[in-house]
Design a protein around this ligand. Structure first.
Ligand SMILES: Cc1ncc(COP(=O)(O)O)c(C=O)c1O
Length: 397
């Protein structure tokens, strides 16, 4: 690997990440190439971002053309691809309005502000948020406050007041913390960083009912689950439960930074001019990428294939589980968002896989996370599974 990049990174980039000793120079579809030309099968997709694969021709062509035409004007003016993307998001979801921003944390930050404003306009005491243990919502102050994993907020206190935690997939624990003071409930339909744990249908149905009962806004954080990842365009569509607010980011731009808050009905009326904003949010470049992404993911048959390939990947992993019953405890997930629960920490397995040319990730300490580009083929899945088997075999011996 090129030493200069490592030296400069260590010298000039703030050390907030422990990086793998690889630097990629090129990507195509599910494949990444390092400086020596070595190829790696990417079953992580930039952490559930490059859902259409690296450098998808439609996205790359659109952003190249847009970059030569107009990149940014600010939201003081109308922006054609922004309007087009908002329409696409609304027509393909429960939503009727969209606010654009630049990341997942920023989308959640805005959604939480929106919920608080909604609540406190009714009653100044109605500002509480119910969130869930083991959740992950991002790194801004409000986002870490509602993130139910202490390690992310430790040392950054005091947290914002009024956040109460309940157990994921446990409605009676929600009943204990919800009240007339609750302005919003924020939940991931599938907890991602928490270990790829899908919500149960009854749980999301129950949250919908509780939100209605207390006039609280139900927020689905679909930053990781959105844009086809779970086999539906949005994960909530697998459950038949609609939120009042949905947050998006990650795959919406296939790598171009973009975030969005999608709202409906009463939630769409809260934020008036001047109450919330973002300089870059929804600019020409990012929304042009988003338009191509949504058009591609909603092409007939695309999501059917994601579901088929998700089942195939989980089937292959279940076969591997049979081979390594002491190491693999569970294979779980939805669509192409898959977690493999191990009986031990998975850091070394991820490293060994990388050395053999397979990119996967370890989350929650002992869960291998596989979130490949949605365009992956069965043959590529087989290729990845062979490497994983080899790695597990070596690990066992
Ligand atoms: C569910 C969820 N919400 C929010 C975030 C934060 O997104 P970002 O890193 O774009 O701020 C993430 C990132 O992993 C996420 O998985």
């Amino acid at each position: 690997m090129e030493k200069e990049t490592v030296i400069k990174t260590e010298k000039f980039v703030m050390k907030t990440y422990n990086r793998f000793p690889v630097s990629f120079v090129r990507g195509k579809g599910c494949w990444l190439y390092d400086e020596s030309g070595r190829k790696y099968l990417d079953m992580l997709a930039g952490i559930a971002v490059c859902n259409l694969g690296h450098c998808h021709p439609k996205v790359s062509e659109a952003i190249c053309e847009q970059a030569k035409t107009l990149i940014h004007t600010s939201n003081l003016f109308h922006i054609k691809p922004q309007a087009e993307l908002a329409e696409l998001l609304c027509k393909n979801s429960f939503g009727d309005k969209v606010f654009f921003c630049n990341s997942g944390a920023e989308a959640n930050e805005g959604a939480l502000k929106l919920a608080r404003r909604y609540g406190t306009e009714k009653n100044p005491e109605k500002y509480e948020i119910v969130a869930f243990k083991n959740s992950f919502h991002g790194r801004t102050m409000a986002a870490v406050t509602v993130t139910g994993q202490g390690k992310y907020s430790q040392g950054f206190g005091p947290m914002i007041p009024g956040v109460k935690f309940a157990e994921f997939n446990n409605l009676s624990s929600v009943e204990k913390v919800v009240s007339e003071r609750t302005a919003g409930i924020i939940v991931e339909p599938v907890q991602g960083e928490g270990g790829v744990v899908p919500a149960e249908k009854e749980f999301l149905e129950g949250l919908r009912e509780i939100s209605n009962r207390y006039d609280a806004l139900l927020i689905f954080d679909e930053v990781q689950t959105g844009i086809g990842r779970t086999g539906s365009l949005f994960a909530y569509q697998n459950y038949g439960v609609e939120p009042d607010i949905m947050t998006l980011a990650k795959a919406l731009g296939n790598g171009v930074p973009i975030g969005a808050i999608v709202t409906k009905g009463k939630a769409s009326e809260v934020l008036k001019p001047g109450l919330h904003a973002s300089t870059f949010g929804g600019n020409f470049l990012a929304t042009r990428a988003g338009v191509e992404v949504i058009k591609t993911v909603t092409e007939p048959g695309f999501l059917d294939r994601v579901r088929e390939k998700g089942s195939y990947l989980r089937k292959r992993l279940s076969e591997i589980k049979e081979e390594f019953p002491n190491l693999i405890l569970e294979v779980r997930g939805l669509g192409l968002m898959v977690g493999v629960l191990l009986s031990k920490n998975c850091g070394q397995i991820v490293m060994s896989a990388l050395e053999k040319g397979l990119i996967i990730n370890c989350t929650a300490g002992n869960v291998l996370r596989l979130v490949p580009p949605l365009v992956i083929t069965e043959e590529e899945i087989d290729y990845g599974m062979e490497i994983l088997r080899e790695v597990l075999k070596e690990d066992e011996s």
